[in-house]
Design a protein around this ligand. Structure first.
Ligand code: GMT
Length: 377
């Protein structure tokens, strides 16, 4: 099948999932065309089945805001026509679903039928998409989609709660290539950050307010009183300065390491003992799954789709949003007992196996087949 994948190229779960999906599909023999305003950051290397098309946005002095959606639509039409695409699969509804709708209609007028599938990822529904400045368009574009998927049951329910959706929403969870998250303990170089054998507690995110990173630092401050530990913060974003100030105020800054935006997530996780995810809202929590795949137990909130990923008392523990005491108690419970920590580490990896891409990819292929009428064997 020839598939056009539209996604955000920057650091963020939806772009990661879209990129990994495209790569996995190309390895199965599909021809995949990524379409975005810059090359997705995890799209490295080349293969005969994998292509990238950049969306140029022409500027004009009249434009205070660049009309990206129009440029994307034009690029989708162009790629679909010239590459003979069978399908468009757009990740994150805003503005990808409405651009795909426009492209499909333009292509129809040119005698080509190219259906589109919209995958909902989270804030496109729970935060941004609900805003009145987007909602009517997003609702329409979801309803017009030839197929709609959500990354968790929780997100499916949120979509039905916030939008008037008359399409079936297929839940296809995010996935992971377990091979990429092996944990060769001798090559982790953990002593780089914990020279005296301190425990390494990790958080990875885009540092947006929804992640509540201040809670990460507050939990760490409590844990550190009992367990010699370091906090590894990977990523960057609007709350970075606030978090740095808070770490200073709490007197823990000397044990907090900011590694910035990094592609080397597996290497960070390899040296981690525990992962913290304190989000206010999270449709899935891909970073938690990446941690679990690396055998790192997760202390998280119980919001949104996280309980569908992190299993209470098995791969880690869940607490209510903002319950710093509970999260710190759970972290100490794990970090203070080596055999319990090892048991949870093994269980976290086991739980992650359920999300191995080989179990999830066929679900997307089945939907592609249904929507295009092209049989796949
Ligand atoms: O967090 C965001 O605003 C961005 C968004 C993204 O595009 O990365 O994240 C969402 O999609 C991820 C991949 O499906 C999910 O793992 C995240 O839970 C989800 N974020 C939220 O719901 C806050």
């Amino acid at each position: 099948m020839k598939i056009g994948i539209v996604c955000y190229p920057t650091f963020g779960g939806s772009g990661v999932v879209a990129t990994e999906l495209g790569i996995a599909l190309s390895e199965k023999g599909h021809q995949v065309h990524f379409i975005s305003y810059s090359q997705p950051f995890r799209l490295e290397g080349f293969s005969g089945n994998l292509f990238y098309h950049e969306v140029p946005v022409a500027n004009y002095p009249l434009f205070e805001y660049l009309p990206y959606e129009i440029s994307l639509t034009s690029k989708l039409v162009d790629v679909a026509m010239h590459q003979q695409l069978d399908l468009l699969h757009v990740h994150y509804a805003i503005p990808h679903a409405s651009a795909a709708f426009m492209a499909r209609e333009i292509l129809k007028a040119r005698g080509r039928n190219v259906p589109y599938i919209t995958t909902l990822h989270g804030t496109d529904i729970t935060l941004v998409g609900r805003d009145p400045s987007y909602k009517p368009v997003i609702e329409f574009a979801i309803n017009q989609s030839d197929g709609v998927t959500a990354v968790s049951n929780s997100l499916r329910e949120d979509t039905l709660r916030y939008f008037d959706v008359n399409r079936e929403i297929h839940v296809i969870p995010n996935f992971i290539d377990l091979e990429n998250y092996q944990r060769p303990s001798d090559k982790c170089y953990k002593n780089m950050y914990s020279p005296n054998g301190e425990k390494v507690i990790t958080h990875i995110s885009n540092f947006r307010p929804v992640k509540r990173i201040a809670d990460v630092v507050r939990v760490f401050e409590k844990v550190r009183k009992t367990i010699p530990s370091k906090l590894l913060l990977a990523g960057d974003g609007p709350d970075r300065a606030m978090v740095e100030n808070l770490a200073r105020e709490l007197g823990v800054i000397q044990d907090v390491i900011f590694v910035g935006k990094t592609k080397a997530i597996e290497r960070i996780l390899c040296m981690s003992d525990l992962f913290l995810l304190t989000s206010e809202s999270e449709s899935f929590g891909l970073s938690a799954l990446e941690a679990m795949a690396s055998g790192v137990p997760v202390i998280s909130t119980d919001t949104g789709g996280i309980p569908e990923v992190n299993q209470q008392g098995y791969s880690g523990y869940l607490s209510h949003v903002g319950d710093i005491d509970s999260m710190a108690t759970n972290a100490i419970h794990l970090l203070s007992d080596e055999s319990r920590l090892a048991q949870f580490s093994a269980q976290a990896r086991k739980r992650a196996e359920q999300f191995h891409f080989a179990n999830v990819l066929p679900q997307y292929e089945a939907l592609y087949s249904k929507v295009t009428g092209i049989a796949l064997n």
